[in-house]
Design a protein around this ligand. Structure first.
Ligand SMILES: C[S@@+](CC[C@H](N)C(=O)[O-])C[C@H]1O[C@@H](n2cnc3c(N)ncnc32)[C@H](O)[C@@H]1O
Length: 180
């Protein structure tokens, strides 16, 4: 195995993020401290564990959702006593549960990183409360700018740390906040 070509890892789990995304989340969590985190599309779990550790540090709770727990990430959540649950499901089947969880406390952070990210953003946008933040991965690749503009207008959202932070990140995230 060419170790240099190995996919990025975090906490011994693969993650489909560049390491500068981790730096960006660190910076954002200095100023934005969500009480509920919903990650849709946990993949191999590296980012999920990172988010779970931040949830613990912020006295928050998190859920990570995927159709499959590919690497038994739930086991790591338990080993580290993280305030995170791994829900194995198509997120659409438990959509109401996700929204109820996000509404338990505020602000909430919703991370959209599954197979149809534009659809996820559009589905969650009407449920955001003032101050909640919603992010979509692969902005300008899988998520079209015009779709984001429509969602912003329709639901009174605003870009959040977009130009100064996420716009500079190699892992392309769009970051939106419901206006306060
Ligand atoms: C790009 S990966 C997630 C990467 C992860 N967030 C990371 O940063 O390492 C997308 C994941 O979404 C999951 N997925 C796709 N469609 C889904 C759906 N409808 N409900 C739940 N998970 C889904 C796939 O199984 C896959 O693991």
């Amino acid at each position: 195995m060419d170790i240099w070509r190995m996919k990025n890892h975090l906490f011994q789990r693969k993650m489909q993020q560049t390491y500068d995304a981790i730096n960006c989340f660190e910076k954002m969590f200095k100023f934005f401290k969500p009480k509920r985190i919903v990650e849709i599309g946990a993949g191999k779990g590296g980012l999920s564990i990172f988010l779970g550790i931040h949830a613990a540090l912020m006295d928050a709770k998190a859920i990570s959702i995927d159709r499959e727990d590919y690497m038994n990430t739930e086991d790591i959540f338990r080993k580290l006593s993280l305030p995170t649950q791994f829900l194995i499901s198509d997120y659409k089947l438990i959509f109401d549960e996700c929204v109820s969880f996000a509404h338990e406390d505020s602000p909430a952070l919703i991370l959209c990183d599954n197979g149809s990210k534009e659809e996820e953003l559009a589905l969650f946008a009407p449920h955001l409360r003032p101050g909640d933040v919603m992010m979509g991965h692969d902005y300008k690749i899988e998520i079209r700018e015009e779709v984001v503009e429509d969602i912003i207008k329709k639901h009174k959202l605003e870009y959040f740390y977009q130009n100064r932070l996420w716009g500079k990140c190699d892992s392309r995230w769009v970051c939106l906040r419901k206006k306060i």
